[in-house]
Design a protein around this ligand. Structure first.
Ligand SMILES: C[S@@+](CC[C@H](N)C(=O)[O-])C[C@H]1O[C@@H](n2cnc3c(N)ncnc32)[C@H](O)[C@@H]1O
Length: 231
């Protein structure tokens, strides 16, 4: 099975021998890849919707992997029992949905050693929630696919000190690792802030002035990170 760049980058964070749950598996490509490449011997493929789960079942059947990949219907982590898996992948969903899945049953969530999360939006909110709820982001990676840059986070239980709010937007590990896509990624954020700033032109309300000041501060920090990355 050939995976897209995004899905392949996610699988790279799975340690050989891990028991994995792929939450919201849809097509089931990740579980099939993990087993056929001898990364995992046991994978749970779950989805809240029957249609996507059936699609996963078909992929698994085509590869004759029913013995190694178990499909389960249900929302979030509910189909998984505590300590049944060591690694959970939640990819291709919004950051707020991922956050809600994690917070639904914190005891169950905390029983899992490692999460590989790939939020499509609201990455900043997710990072904030993770750190405020005693998780640490131990690694991060950017991956490009079809002109879009995806953010992948590796998360474990533990404490993390965030020295500056900018690290919620631009993951600290991306900066420490000097991720090859970081410069383009920061430029995108800078452009987004510039657009917000331009849209505020002519507005004089307190709210607009506050937003303008936030924008200036955000741009200053983004430029600072960019110049550090370029060194
Ligand atoms: C866009 S697809 C992503 C599929 C795959 N994980 C990927 O990254 O390519 C999102 C999948 O998540 C499932 N989903 C949405 N909310 C869910 C939830 N609360 N629990 C489990 N699965 C969910 C959807 O049914 C859908 O199959």
């Amino acid at each position: 099975m050939k995976l897209t760049n995004r899905l392949l980058a996610i699988t790279k964070f799975v340690k050989k021998g891990s028991v994995v749950a792929d939450i919201g598996t849809d097509h089931g490509y990740i579980p099939v890849y993990l087993v056929t490449n001898n990364i995992s011997k046991k994978v749970f493929a779950t989805d809240v919707n029957e249609g996507p789960l059936n699609s996963a079942k078909e992929t698994i059947k085509e590869h004759c992997l029913e013995k190694y990949i178990e499909t389960r219907l249900g929302t979030g982590l509910i189909p998984i029992k505590p300590y049944e898996v060591d690694t959970v992948i939640i990819a291709g969903m919004g950051g707020l949905l991922i956050r809600d899945i994690l917070k639904n049953d914190l005891d169950l969530t905390k029983s899992i050693k490692k999460f590989i999360l790939q939020p499509m939006v609201a990455q900043e909110d997710l990072r904030k929630w993770l750190i405020q709820n005693h998780f640490k982001i131990i690694d991060e990676k950017l991956e490009k696919e079809d002109h879009r840059i995806y953010e992948i986070m590796v998360v474990e239980n533990g404490e993390q000190i965030v020295e500056d709010g900018i690290y919620y937007k631009i993951g600290k590990k991306l900066i420490e690792n000097k991720d090859p896509l970081l410069e383009v990624f920061i430029q995108k954020h800078i452009q987004k802030q510039k657009n917000i700033f331009e849209n505020l032109e002519g507005q004089t309300s307190d709210k607009a002035n506050q937003k303008r000041n936030e924008c200036i501060e955000e741009l200053r920090k983004l430029e600072e990170v960019l110049s550090w990355v370029r060194q």
